[in-house]
Design a protein around this ligand. Sequence first.
Ligand code: FEO
Ligand code: CA
Ligand code: CA
Ligand code: CA
Length: 675
Amino acid sequence: MTPSKPPQRPADCGDEPISNPSKNPPFSRILNSRLKRRHVLIGGLSAAVAVLFSRPVLKSLLSDPPAKLGFNPIPVSDADTLIVPDGYRAQPLIPWGEPISGTYPVYDLDNSGEDQGMQIGQHHDGMHFFPIEGQSPDAGSSQDGLLVVNHEYIEPRFLHSAAVGQPLGAGDVPVNAAGRRDPDQVLKEMNAHGISIVRISASDNGTWSVVMDPRNRRLTAVTPMEVSGPVRGADVLKTRYSRDGTRTRGTLNNCSNGVTPWNTYLFCEENWAAYFRNGDPDPARHPREQTRYGVRTERSRYSWDQATSDDDLYRRFDVSSRGDGPEEDYRNEANGFGWVVEVNPFDPNDVPKKRTALGRFAHEGVIFQPAIPGQPVVCYSGDDARFEYIYKYVSTDPYDPATAAGDLLDRGRLYVARFNEDGTGVWLPLVFGEGTLTPENGFASQADVLVNTRTAADAVGATPMDRPEWGAVDPNSREVYFTLTNNTDRTEEQVDAANPRSRNTWGHIIRWRESGNNPTATEFEWDLFVLAGSPRNSRQPDGTPLTDSNLFAAPDGLWFDRDSRLWIQTDISEGLLNRGEYAQFGNNQMVVADPETGDIRRFLTGPIGQEITGVTMTPDQRTLFVNVQHPGSTTTADEFAAGRLTSGWPHLPAHRYPRSATVVITKLDGGVIGT
Ligand code: FEO
Ligand code: CA
Ligand code: CA
Ligand code: CA
């Protein structure tokens, strides 16, 4: 086995290169950038942003709300340990490889691909704690529940005993002399992706552990799934596997998540495109449903299509067309990915459903407005790539708590956001036959619009954003917040009010309120909540720079607890962590904000090489779960070969490698987390 160096490997294995080719901004953006230049002339960024920041400070002076945050902020850290404030404790739980189902195979480097399908996946990401009663996403037991966890991607060198001693970097895979892959290694990698559903409970002394339960299961890159909504049965979904275009196999790159008002779990397919390869040498023959999403032309991310097997399970990742029909090749396989997928975690036989009405893109996550009986259900989703968009979905049918189910996500209107320079915004419909989405402009049906959601959003003039990551809805104010993690490719010419920094190294958080605070409104008002970065170039809600107690960069995970504390998690990529001007932020971390007062405090710092991502609480708010993803990813290929890893977290005895894991955090006095 020799290591491979995929030529198209991105700087951060969780991220993807730009695939929005439209260097020509829509006319509205040309106008916007002109207006922006005028802003710059009259006093630069600070003048523009100061106006936007006036609201929360004013609010806090008027209403004098009680403090939501009661802990002492902790300093940044570059130690290989997880640190929480005084008065809190942290317990690692369900590390990658922990057995949860089937024959419960004990974690070992020699575990097979089949074993991995019965164990917790790698690279934990979005998650939710479902109280065991199964009645409501946020009411019921705070000691017993189903924890549902996404696994975003993998670090193959940690998965295989064949990788030991090889000079493998974070995204590299072991290959044979011909550049081919071992099929069981590939199966293990497929099964390390996906979702874990696992029952956990707390003992009397507050220690959490896995409970054997028939509902424990893994959904992976090989699990059969149904296609639901307007794209079900479309020609572009017909494959050797599903000749009527109604099913697909597996899910990929599940980043953030969502929880429906009817108590099901949504997992989102983010950077799926790079898992596929179209080797057709003529780029003109590559369809837009591949090119606009970044399907690779040379090597696929983990070379799964290069397994030494003729099984469709592997071959399907080569989506080159041989020209003799979709039943003879795998040209349409990639069209089964890029969706939001729903599963009922309480039904172990539930077949996951890809909800195509929510659009196809690099879905980071999906978040709901609190549902109102008699009104449509409303949710939002960001497309995490440079210069991509933020979307909103409004169901056609009203919400009825007695009957609400997944079909609310099959019939509705999808919109994409345009952020105007003056702090207003518009939701632009992505509906076939409306506006520019007509046959004259290359759209044949609503299914066509949805499979090509990015192209449709380009056509209606959406605002290209600085990598939309997680969103969060304040359950009390209904305001919506989104992290824009960074975009170092934005030029001065491309700066606009919603993405106000060229070469946006540090990221920011935008928020909006729907017109009349009506979730179904097609207009909104927005402002910038915080500009992340060093004291020199950041801005807190009160207009002052971030300080030692809350300095952060690359905001990614975002979540509101029921008291409206806003939890913000960071993902400085492993290529940048603890280097140069990124050193001041230390290891990736979590801060928490009170949006009413603008107070932001550092609550948690993680070990070396990881990102903090995923956040949920028990209904009583006395147990917090967060994930540590990819500890030790900063280990270089040479260090890996020599067995010198940058992290050993969570420092489990007799284990060779660092392991992604959930962390359970409680307060020593049993109080509400954050107070
Ligand atoms: Fe998977 Fe956008 O982080
Ligand atoms: Ca990441
Ligand atoms: Ca993320
Ligand atoms: Ca990220």
